[in-house]
Structure formats: structure tokens, C-alpha cells
Ligand binder design. Structure first.
Ligand code: ADP
Ligand code: MG
Length: 274
């Protein structure tokens, strides 16, 4: 389905991503881990075509992605929605309009200028917000929401594009442990329930182990590990993060508490009621 071949990005003399290759045969939940500067963000940005590759290839369902231009490139960008650490919402705009922004790639400039959205899109936006437990916040300004809620709005905006792939660049790095768990649960659900592929850059090992069925480790722009969470032993993790003495599992842990699904649901309901 998705095949990345020798994908490379250089910035001057610095090789940020160095001949990265991997294949995703069927929908998966993939975590990419590695130290800061390992090339994780650059890799996602190339996949989404926010950045052009220096060399290498991205194939998706038989099509070459790196060469797409104009409308075809925008269509690809809507097929692989991106979620960012800082949410990238329009803070003063209401939640539902932020979600409707997810349809921008297929709307005319005029309709966009006058904020004209088809009723069907508005209904769908509310439905998606409802699924994520934040429909009650639809009329509020995005900036009035907590970080965790804002990230779920960003997920809703991504879902509005009905993407086949969701790329998430450190989606929980700015969140407290409870919200981090809610957001990771949502990403897991859109993989499991919708059959979308999720590729998330994660700064912590425990999150990758817990939520992903495949983990890719990067070091100095290269893939140094590609396997299951079970194969990601402490020794392997030490190789990925660099063999420096200061490495410890703890320093790469978000300490997401282990809440069962019932507790998470109760938390969601309590939050929705506020
Ligand atoms: N726009 C850019 N211009 C120059 N160098 C960059 C740019 N973006 C990233 N880099 C460099 O590429 C390398 C990988 O960065 P990045 O992909 O952000 O890593 P990570 O997300 O794993 O922290 C780093 O050395 C970084 O300094
Ligand atoms: Mg990064």
C-alpha cells in the first residue's frame, strides 16, 4: 500500500534523512522513535509533501507520490492528513469551523472566502466531534479548550479529510499524561475501527510500545530498528537512543498511567459535561 524507498533529505551538508526504506502492506499503527534530530519530523514532512525529498521514492497504491504537482499533490495531502505537536488550529475560530478547514483541499477559493460550507459537511464535522467526545465544544473558540481537547479537534479536522493515512508528529509531546492517553486512544481507534494507517513520531518508548503494532527506530537519519514492540528490548532501545550512559527507560517515558477503558470513558464523559 505504502512503500518508501531510499528516501533522503539533505540540508546543505547535513543529511537529515538517509536512505530510509520501509513498506506498509496493510493498515497499521506505526510509531517512529529516536532522539531529537534523528530525522523523524523531516521523514513525515516528506511523506506528506510539506518538504520535497532530495532523492528516493514514495509509492502509494501504485502511484509515485514524490513527483505529484498542484491538484494531485493536494489530493495526496488530503489522503495523508497531518497532526502536529502544537495542534495548528486557528485559535480565535470556533471549533466546528476549525474542523471544516479539513475540507479546504476540495473547496473553491470563493466558498472558502465567504466561509460557505455545505450542510452535509457541517453535520459530518459535528458527528466526528461527537465520536471524539467533544461535540459540546463545537461553538467555542478553539483557544478556549484544553490542550488535549485542542488536539482532538485537530484529529477531527484530519478525519474530515477522510484520510487513508494519518501522520502525527509528536502528537502528545505538549500534553499531560491523562490527555496524552486520550489522544493516543483516539489515534488507536481511528486505526482499529476505520482501518486507517497511523504513523506517529513519538518521543517516548512506553507510548510506542503500548499503542503501536510496529515500531521504527531512527538514528542519524537512518532506520536502525523496524519491528514489533516485543522486539524492542531495552538493549535495542539503547542502540536507537545512542549508547550514552545517561540512557534510561525512565527518561524516555511519559508515565502514562494505566487507566482501563471504563475509566477513560468516564473521564471523557465528565469532560464533555463541563
Ligand atoms: N528546515 C531545516 N533546515 C535545515 N536543517 C534542518 C531543517 N529541518 C530539520 N533540519 C535538520 O535535520 C535534522 C533532523 O531534524 P528533524 O527531522 O527535525 O529531527 P527529529 O524530528 O527527529 O527531532 C536535524 O539535524 C535538524 O537540525
Ligand atoms: Mg521532530
Amino acid at each position: 500500500m505504502l512503500s518508501i524507498d531510499a528516501l533522503t533529505k539533505t540540508f546543505g551538508r547535513n543529511t537529515a534523512v538517509d536512505k530510509v526504506s520501509f513498506t506498509v502492506e496493510k493498515p497499521a499503527m506505526i510509531g517512529i522513535i529516536g532522539r531529537s534530530g534523528a530525522g523523524k519530523s523531516t521523514l513525515l514532512r516528506m511523506i506528506n509533501r510539506l518538504t520535497d525529498a532530495s532523492s528516493g521514492q514514495i509509492m502509494f497504491e501504485g502511484r509515485e507520490v514524490t513527483g505529484l504537482k498542484a491538484a494531485e499533490k493536494r489530493a495526496w495531502q488530503s489522503d495523508c492528513a497531518m497532526i502536529f505537536q502544537q495542534f495548528n488550529l486557528v485559535p480565535r475560530m470556533d471549533v466546528v469551523s476549525n474542523v471544516l478547514h479539513g475540507t479546504l483541499n476540495r473547496r473553491s477559493t470563493l466558498a472558502t472566502m465567504f466561509n460557505l460550507y455545505p450542510d452535509a459537511d457541517i453535520h459530518r464535522a459535528i458527528e466526528i466531534l461527537d465520536r471524539l467526545g467533544i461535540a459540546d465544544h463545537a461553538p467555542k473558540r478553539a483557544e478556549a479548550l484544553s490542550g488535549g481537547q485542542q488536539q482532538r479537534v485537530a484529529i477531527a479536522r484530519a478525519l474530515m479529510q477522510d484520510p487513508k493515512i494519518v501522520l502525527a508528529d509528536e502528537p502528545i509531546a505538549s500534553l499531560d499524561p491523562m490527555n496524552a492517553q486520550l489522544v493516543m486512544d483516539d489515534l488507536r481507534r481511528i486505526h482499529e475501527e476505520d482501518g486507517r494507517t497511523v504513523i506517529a513520531n513519538l518521543h517516548t518508548l512506553d507510548t510506542a510500545r503500548r499503542y503501536c503494532n510496529r515500531v521504527i527506530g531512527m538514528l542519524h537519519g537512518r532506520v536502525v530498528f523496524d519491528g514489533t514492540p516485543e522486539q524492542l528490548t531495552t538493549g535495542v532501545a539503547r542502540d536507537i537512543y545512542g549508547a550514552d550512559a545517561s540512557f534510561s527507560e525512565e527518561s524516555t517515558s511519559t508515565s502514562i498511567e494505566t487507566l482501563d477503558r471504563g475509566t477513560v470513558r468516564a473521564l471523557r464523559e465528565a469532560e464533555a459535561a463541563v
